[in-house]
Design a protein. Structure first.
Length: 279
């Protein structure tokens, strides 16, 4: 009889067999039931909290990725202060839209995937490689997506080879597209994209880019009930992250507060937001 690895203190053979540097592939081969997309669903209609709007914009020295804080379940607000933007590694970040629970699990798995690759190979993946790995993971969730539990993230980071910030968007099948300038995903994305389309410039500073994404989230919340705007009474503000050649940085609570209050104060004078410059 084969000894129980746990009782002998030895690792199972799967952990000692040479193979892919992908932790996702390893899990799919040896413990597929642990993957978010392979969970068995109960019979009937599944109600689950959904995250909504994520926006991103490049600027002269990097890229900004931001998200609102509301999660909805049907016509109800499920959570007012959910976090939807996470660091993927030192030079990239991912924002989640779609089924919140599955999306958070996918992000954690993606973080582990990038860390595992770096430890096995001794180098970090290129930004393009990271975007491809995330695409594979989204494709693995296709069965859940067909049952209404889709995860549609936005991925952004600093490309060390090209020395610029880049943005990648996805569909539910894992199809990947690079977005130039700005991008949005989630239920309020059409309104956020329209807002950024009017105001975006390639030569934005970091301050202007962070203000732009908060303006876009405000516009999305103005027209989409599933998107939450800045909640000054509860001190709940959008999560705003900046990625440059110095790495990933999340704006502090104080910085986010000042940004949200500034945008809100300007909206008292211009309820529909700033106007695009006329040609």
């Amino acid at each position: 009889m084969e000894a129980n690895p746990r009782s002998t203190g030895r690792l199972p053979a799967a952990f000692l067999t040479p193979g892919s540097s992908s932790f996702f592939d390893f899990l799919a081969s040896h413990s597929p039931e642990q993957l978010p997309g392979n969970r068995r669903l109960p019979e009937g209609v599944v109600e689950a909290p959904h995250g909504t709007t994520i926006v991103a914009a490049t600027f002269a020295d990097g890229v900004v990725l931001a998200g609102d804080r509301r999660a909805t379940m049907g016509n109800m607000i499920a959570q007012r202060d959910i976090e939807k933007v996470f660091p993927a590694d030192e030079y990239s970040a991912v924002g989640i839209a779609g089924t919140a629970g599955l999306a958070v699990e996918m992000v954690k798995l993606f973080q582990l995937e990038l860390e595992h690759f770096e430890k096995v190979e001794g180098v970090t993946l290129s930004l393009e490689g990271k975007a491809n790995r995330l695409s594979t993971m989204i494709r693995g969730n296709l069965g859940m997506a067909m049952q209404g539990l889709a995860v549609v993230p936005l991925f952004a980071g600093w490309d060390e080879a090209k020395e610029k910030g880049r943005i990648f968007s996805y569909d539910v099948t894992g199809g990947r597209s690079e977005e130039h300038g700005f991008a949005a995903t989630g239920s309020g994305s059409i309104f956020a994209r329209g807002s950024m389309k009017k105001l975006y410039r390639a030569d934005l500073t970091e301050q202007e880019a962070t203000t732009l994404v908060v303006q876009a989230l405000y516009d999305a919340a103005d027209d989409d009930s599933a998107t939450g705007g800045p909640d000054l009474a509860r001190r709940i503000y959008p999560i705003v992250t900046v990625i440059t050649d110095e790495g990933y940085r999340r704006l502090t609570e104080t910085e986010s507060s000042e940004l949200a209050r500034s945008v809100t104060a300007r909206r008292l004078e211009q309820p529909d937001g700033p106007r695009a410059a006329l040609l």
